[in-house]
Design a protein around this ligand. Structure first.
Ligand code: AMP
Length: 171
């Protein structure tokens, strides 16, 4: 699995000074690398009766549909405010400066559904914690959260206590 790190491009000072950006496009274009990631994400939750896989905008949209297909589950987009056309539920969360929100269609998840949440990077965990809250607001059960990359130093995992958190690569 750690060989996959060779396929992830690290870009210093993007999008702003001091941030080391993990660029997954170099992994996505690599046929066996992309397959290995989807297989690994699928394997952890195979047999868990996942009904829906939620992808968090924007890079979660790349991985979540492939994982949903592999688990024979449905895919649900969780989007930034005002992007979804039908009635939505929303959760707001704190950023370093100000707040942000995530939205989901109210009818995307049924009460009691087993839901897996997928994104590319677990950084501070703010987005993921809001995603879990939003799924639960609709009556879904968060079966787990999957990420390709975890930035250990930012302790995002601490914002997800009690959840099954799967990450493939640690930095
Ligand atoms: P957070 O809410 O802090 O966990 O941030 C999560 C979102 O920010 C993820 O969806 C990532 O796509 C993105 N992100 C945060 N830090 C990085 C980074 N160093 N490299 C690439 N993406 C990042």
């Amino acid at each position: 699995m750690n060989q996959l790190k060779n396929l992830i491009r690290e870009i210093p000072d993007y999008p702003k000074p001091g941030i080391l950006f993990y660029d997954i496009t170099t992994l996505l274009k690599h046929p066996s690398g992309f397959r290995a990631v989807i297989d690994a994400l699928r394997a952890h939750f195979a047999g868990h009766g996942i009904d829906r896989v939620v992808g968090i905008e924007a890079r979660g949209f790349i991985f979540a549909p492939a994982v949903a297909y592999a688990l024979s589950a449905g895919f649900v987009p969780m989007r930034k405010p005002k992007k979804l056309p039908a009635p939505t539920e929303r959760v707001e969360y704190a950023l370093e400066y100000g707040t942000d929100s995530v939205e989901i269609h109210k009818d995307a998840i049924d009460a009691g559904h087993n839901v897996l949440i997928v994104d590319d990077v677990l950084a501070t965990g703010g987005t993921a914690a809001a995603a879990a809250k939003l799924v639960e607001k609709l009556g879904g059960r968060v079966a787990g959260l999957s990420f390709v990359i975890e930035l250990d130093g930012l302790k995002g995992r601490d914002k997800l206590p009690g959840y099954d958190v799967q990450t493939l690569l640690h930095y």
